[in-house]
Design a protein around this ligand. Sequence first.
Ligand code: P6P
Length: 327
Amino acid sequence: ESSRIAQSIGIALDRFIKNNQDEFAYASGELSQLLRDIALASKVVNREINKAGLIDIMGGAGSQNNTGDDQQKLDVLANIRFTRALAKGGEVCALISEEEESFTDLNNNGKYVIAIDPLDGSSNIDVNVSIGTIFSVYRRKSPIGTPITEADILQKGSEQVAAGYILYGSSTMLVYTTGHGVNCFTHEPSLGEYFLSKERLIMPEDGRIYSINEGSANSFSEGVKKYVQYCKDQKYTARYIGSLVADFHRNMLKGGIYIYPSTAKDSNGKLRLMYECNALAFIAEQSGGKATDGKNRILDIEPTSLHQRVPFYVGSKEMVEKAESLL
Ligand code: P6P
């Protein structure tokens, strides 16, 4: 069974990383090792998510993260798993996480800085809806061996050397880019490995799916209201899973737009620049899509704080441009 599976699917992730190593910004073994460390941690998190119904790791952890979100136990577990894997790998000097107030200083000899949302959409855990991990990789700016500086931590999205997400869905997928296109890997549980399932994924330039929480429609700007009405007039399909990685991944494959605009509750929207929007913006652009805050390219936004929020318009290029034209 396992040999038949192995023959019928693509190249294994480790082999793919090795084969494409010369594409990496530094052509360095460290970035390859870093991607392998992330993949390993995701396999452990995947196993814990799949057991969520069986052992007592569902529901709230009774604590809150620094931005007041109730932490789900799997949030806490995922943050620990990714932090440990990246600390052990030795390639990372600093880690920015949704689950931590400040950055975590890992290893002054590390070359890379990681920004991560260990488990996004975690409120969906208890109702068995797909959830995801989102990560960005930056080169440190300060010399190796010196203390971490703010310049290392607050880098704009265009400085990313890699970005990706893991979608813990009906199958678990790892999707990432190192600036040379987007490749998708599917986890094969019986072999415990990721295998290439989509090479050089291109997001459809246009689409007919719009993804926005219309529960907040009364507080949308006139422009957002106009665009939502336009989608209805065009008889587009509304799909809102309430789990960013799931909504984003669907649009990557089928075409579509995901919008989290300013609302009465969050004047800058709800999503975070450093560990949600930058990574997905990099992936969107690498697959021919577009990502803005309604006006400015996400990857050009100069960050001012670790957990800053930005309005997020991301997906098929034609759809994002149409939305922007009405804002
Ligand atoms: P709302 C989940 O909490 C999340 O961060 C994203 O995964 C998701 O797209 C969004 O928030 C949902 O937010 O306000 O529509 O429930």
